[in-house]
Design a protein around this ligand. Structure first.
Ligand code: GLV
Length: 310
């Protein structure tokens, strides 16, 4: 079996080693734009952010695997070969990381740690009244593999949790809304956690209209994609008190430019796209397992719906 591989990421060698181990019988070929002619046709491709020249070579493969959860770098590519399934990594150690990150953001906000940090700088000993947890709603926008697990983990702390997705999900501990009830959902969110895929339908979704539908002083966490959020609208909402703060892991431009106003904003906490890092070993094992299933004629999960682009 011939497998084409491509990533420009720093973990390239780690991926090659993990895939060799997970697919011992396969001939793994590292893609290069200048490869000599006459290379064997690939049966499968495993890629991260492939350049257009590589996408054009994917027409004959049985499936393409994306080395991550978000497929926005390829799902909308104009040259994507019709009928070739694109398969994302599902969880493989990412849900655990997302749960840690979002739990931290929610608890930090609920326990008002940012206010205590200011008080510490003033050497001021000032216990604040405990907030009412039952009135501290947390909303997860995007209830996919990762969003559903994060919502359940936050609910386990006793927060009232709502989830909103294209189609409402049924999870016992989470109040579910479908996209048509977005405004009703937003009114429940003292903290709004964005876990949506980036698609034509979600680009720019977190804008002034969304921020003004949240309870006054709400907090926004974005662990999805930077282009879902309208950065100037966020700054405006923080400026006029509509929002109290934000914890952002993803940005329209990454790395975040050094001159960007987010860096120095007192109400914004920034992390460099680390909320959930793809785990090489677990992901390679998951991809290998799916290849074996396809080879045996079995169905696999995680196939991107071309019409929805995620
Ligand atoms: C990371 O951002 C991913 O899509 O897996």
């Amino acid at each position: 079996m011939n497998v084409l591989f491509y990533t420009a990421s720093a973990e390239h060698a780690q991926w090659m080693a993990a895939l060799r181990q997970a697919l011992p019988g396969a001939a793994l070929r590292d893609w290069s734009a200048n490869a000599a002619a006459g290379q064997p046709a690939a049966d499968y491709a495993i890629v991260w952010r492939p350049p257009p020249e590589l996408i054009r070579e994917l027409a004959g493969v049985r499936a393409v695997f994306n080395l991550g959860a978000g497929v926005d770098a390829i799902a909308g590519a104009p040259s994507w070969p019709q009928g070739v399934p694109l398969i994302r990594v599902e969880d493989a150690g990412m849900a655990e990381q997302m749960i840690e990150y979002v739990t931290y953001a929610v608890l930090r906000c609920f326990r008002e740690i940012a206010r205590y940090e200011v008080l510490q700088r003033e050497r001021s000993w000032l216990p604040l009244a405990r907030l009412d947890k039952r009135a501290f709603g947390v909303g997860v926008l995007g209830m996919g593999v990762l969003g559903s697990k994060v919502a359940a983990a936050i609910a386990a702390f006793g927060f009232p949790v709502s989830g909103c997705s294209r189609q409402a999900k049924s999870l016992t501990e989470v109040r579910s809304y479908s996209a048509k009830d977005l405004l009703t959902f937003l009114a429940t969110c003292r903290v709004l956690v964005c876990m949506l895929p980036l698609t034509p339908a979600t680009r720019g979704l977190l804008d002034r209209r969304v921020f003004s539908a949240l309870p006054r002083g709400a907090y926004v966490v974005n662990v999805a994609r930077g282009d879902i959020l309208v950065e100037q609208d966020l700054l405006d909402a923080l400026g006029n008190g509509g929002l109290s703060g934000a914890m952002l892991d993803v940005f329209a431009e990454e790395p975040l430019p050094v001159t960007h106003p987010f860096w120095r904003h007192p109400a914004i906490t920034i992390t460099p796209h680390i909320s959930a890092v793809t785990q090489v070993g677990a992901s390679a094992a998951q991809i290998a397992d799916k290849i074996r299933r396809i080879e045996s004629g079995l169905a696999v999960s995680g196939v991107v719906d071309a019409a929805q682009a995620y």
